[in-house]
Design a protein around this ligand. Structure first.
Ligand code: GLC
Length: 472
């Protein structure tokens, strides 16, 4: 039987903002367990849990202070075990986020074993020209120790030194800990970044004209990183049940992602190419073609906890059409919580914003809080949610949308239920449209107001048939 993840719908749970079981305004693990039946009804195959480990929260959990425990804010290890058991009982796989590029500066290693981190002597000033992804230099001076330490993200997130075998040993133990507890795999944070240039040479283009700082060629994406994933692949292969490694490997060219997906490395990597396209037929078609040509297995993503929601990027009607496009494409699909409700990016007041990006860039970049507002479950919104829910979200709530055929939620449910699985082939179609077959189902997306004839409509994104699935 083919591995379960090859064609799976993964649902990303941003733990802080999914479901709050104890009324403290922050989502938690028992909250997730209580909503598993919702996810069963939605039809997803797997959930990905963002970090729930003990953390000071400088980057809301992507600053881990202990890799083998649960932050009391989110529950206990017993809650975790319960969640895994309850998910597995419903045939839902669970993958967890692992953050190997950096720890929290509150991790005991940072005090007790600084040799696990990338550091450089202070004498000659900044060690090189590497900038932090979030503004300012990637180096902070530790005056007491007389040395700089590296942080590609916030200063509270010091980068580990993956040239050091002890780091590898520690992570072997961490992965085993969670595999032994029954997780079905890992989502690997900043997977391309772990190994830094050993000589810490200047980056020729520290602020690349291309889209991402991860397009750097000197600082990161070093050949040795592939040995890490070969080790991890061997490790996961030794477990039963098709455990999966999903890398957050971010380059603007998908061809650079391909080496991470060699048969003895990661099983999957996010393909973010659609995340950065406008709602434009030609742009989307080229992005699909480029990804399919470059990668041995292609995943599809429109939203996650780091980017603006599609209703805001594309518009409401377009976001509904995008759902039918996404769920008709061949290969694993990632849906971010709230995407199925058509939630928009929330324009939060500055005083409510918490993302370190906002603070570190003095508000120049708004950051990612707008896509992280807690999910509205009922008409009555949650007054103490850690980020305020807009009043209009009563109508967007799960309660409001359930059973209403024209709702976003019911569109996602139907689409996941009817999702095609056959071979992919483009069809000829007029400019401003995309059309492709998956065996006997055709997906047609109209990017303009022109309409082309389609066969027997099985599912339409709206009455205007902006996107349809049809049988020939
Ligand atoms: C990844 C995560 C992002 C986090 C960053 C640093 O890009 O998706 O949320 O802030 O890594 O860990």
């Amino acid at each position: 039987m083919a591995e379960w993840w090859r064609d799976a719908v993964f649902y990303q749970v941003y733990v802080r903002s999914f479901a709050d079981s104890n009324g403290d305004g922050v989502g938690d693990l028992p909250g997730i367990t209580s909503k598993l039946d919702y996810l069963v009804d939605l039809g997803v195959d797997a959930i990905w849990l963002t970090p729930f480990y003990p953390s000071p929260g400088a980057d809301h959990g992507y600053d881990v202070a202990d890799y083998v425990d649960v932050d009391p804010l989110f529950g206990t290890l017993a809650d975790f075990d319960e969640l895994i058991a309850a998910a597995h009982a419903r045939d839902i796989h669970v993958i967890v986020d692992i953050v190997p590029n950096h720890t929290s500066s509150a991790h005991p290693w940072f005090t007790e074993k600084r040799s696990l981190y990338v550091t450089a002597p202070a004498e000659n000033g900044l060690p090189n020209n590497w900038p932090s992804n979030w503004g300012g230099p990637a180096w902070t001076l530790d005056e007491e120790r007389g040395e700089y330490y590296l942080h590609l993200f916030a200063p509270e997130q010091p980068d580990l030194d993956w040239h050091n075998g002890d780091v590898r040993d520690e992570f072997d133990k961490i992965l085993r800990f969670w595999l032994d507890r029954g997780v079905d795999g890992f989502r690997i944070d900043v997977a391309h970044g772990l190994v830094k240039d050993g000589a810490l040479r200047d980056e020729p283009e520290p602020f690349p004209a291309v889209r991402f700082s991860s397009d750097w060629r000197t600082a990161i994406d070093q050949p040795e990183v592939h040995d890490v994933y070969r080790d991890w692949r061997r490790l996961t292969n030794a477990y039963d049940g098709d455990r999966v490694l999903v890398g957050e490997v971010v380059f603007s060219e998908q061809a650079r992602v391909a080496p991470y997906l060699r048969p003895d490395e990661l099983h999957l990597a996010f393909n973010f190419s659609l995340v950065f396209q406008d709602w434009d037929a030609d742009a989307i078609r080229s992005s699909i073609d480029e990804s399919r040509a470059a990668l041995p297995i292609v995943t599809w993503v429109l939203e996650n906890h780091d980017v603006t929601r599609i209703v805001t990027r594309f518009g409401e009607r377009e976001a509904r059409a995008a759902a039918l496009l996404l769920l008709a494409l061949p290969g694993p699909v990632f849906v971010y919580q709230g995407q199925e409700l058509g939630l928009e990016e929330v324009d939060l007041p500055d005083e409510a914003r918490q993302d370190p990006i906002f603070r570190r860039t003095n508000g120049e970049r708004k950051g990612r809080d707008g896509c992280r507002v807690p999910i509205p479950w009922t008409h009555g919104l949650q007054a103490n949610a850690w980020l305020p829910q807009p009043a209009g979200w009563s109508e967007r709530s799960v309660e409001a949308q359930t059973g209403r055929p024209e709702s976003f939620l019911e569109l996602y449910r139907r689409a996941i239920e009817l999702r095609p699985h056959g071979a992919f082939a483009w069809r000829e179609s007029p400019p401003g449209t995309l059309a492709f077959d998956r065996d006997d189902l055709t997906c047609v997306v109209h990017f303009t107001d022109e309409r082309t004839p389609v066969g027997d409509v099985v599912l339409a994104s709206d009455d205007e048939q902006t996107a349809v699935w049809a049988r020939r």
